[in-house]
Design a protein around this ligand. Structure first.
Ligand code: ZN
Ligand code: ZN
Ligand code: ZN
Length: 245
């Protein structure tokens, strides 16, 4: 948000926290940078946060708002002189190969096309990326199984509609939980604000942050008043710091 052409209160708000690029995150640990998702605003997000190098990308799922910025890994290819590792589900791998055919062709690939190495992962299978232990967990995005990620004390979940008991068990003990809420009305594949708050109560993190927010949610200021003390409406550039030893 703002949405093109929309004149609602949230879209016309002058609060910078109501200017939202597409949902994504950057995880920084021991000098390593790992991006979660690579949507249409990836380039702008990397520029705003002055990200000098990127070690890997973890994809949550194949929807456009989470993958379509992949072409913009090129500056990292040039400066780092290597393929960008992209971790994803096997289904997402197929979709990326189809949507970005020019990146993955084996013959007559044009010079300067992005260099990407796709690596298949699965929910519940811990992976080690640049020395960092990451647990992908299964999230149900309506009928679509997708991935969320746990990094020790921090869990990042987006595009959740429901979570299995198994997933809730895997993320118990998380101190900071990032979870989505689209707006206040029910939606078939995204949590509403109330549904997100109920899940937060069930997971019991020390604090939670709401992401993937639509303009229909309302303004940052108004929604913040409705939230429990340990829940924050996320905004672009928000930094969450946790000790992880
Ligand atoms: Zn609007
Ligand atoms: Zn989605
Ligand atoms: Zn999405």
């Amino acid at each position: 948000m703002p949405v093109i052409g929309c004149t609602c209160e949230a879209c016309t708000s002058s609060d910078v926290r109501d200017k939202r690029l597409r949902t994504a995150a950057l995880v920084q640990y021991t000098g390593k940078n790992i991006a979660i998702d690579c949507g249409p605003d990836f380039r702008q997000q990397m520029l705003t946060k002055k990200v000098q190098h990127l070690d890997a990308i973890l994809m949550t799922h194949e929807h456009n708002d989470h993958i379509i910025g992949l072409d913009d890994v090129r500056p990292f290819n040039f400066s780092q002189r290597k393929d960008m590792p992209v971790y994803c589900l096997p289904r997402v791998r197929k979709e990326l190969e189809h949507r970005f055919e020019y990146i993955f062709v084996t013959q007559n690939k044009y010079p300067g096309a992005p260099m990407v190495q796709l690596l298949e992962i699965g929910a519940g299978e811990t992976l080690l990326v640049e020395g960092i232990n990451i647990l992908p967990v299964e999230v149900m995005h309506g009928p679509l199984p997708i991935l969320g990620y746990r990094f020790g004390p921090i869990t990042y979940l987006t595009d959740v509609k429901t979570l299995s008991d198994e997933t809730i068990k895997q993320i118990k003990g998380t101190r900071s939980l990032i979870i989505n809420a689209l707006h206040r009305d029910p939606h078939y594949s995204h949590l509403s604000l109330n549904e997100a708050l109920l899940l937060i109560e069930k997971i019991v993190p020390e604090r939670a942050f709401i992401t993937h927010v639509s303009h229909r949610m309302g303004t940052y200021e108004k929604i913040s008043e409705l939230l429990p003390e340990n829940v924050t409406l996320g905004y672009d550039g928000l930094e969450i710091i946790e000790d992880w030893t």
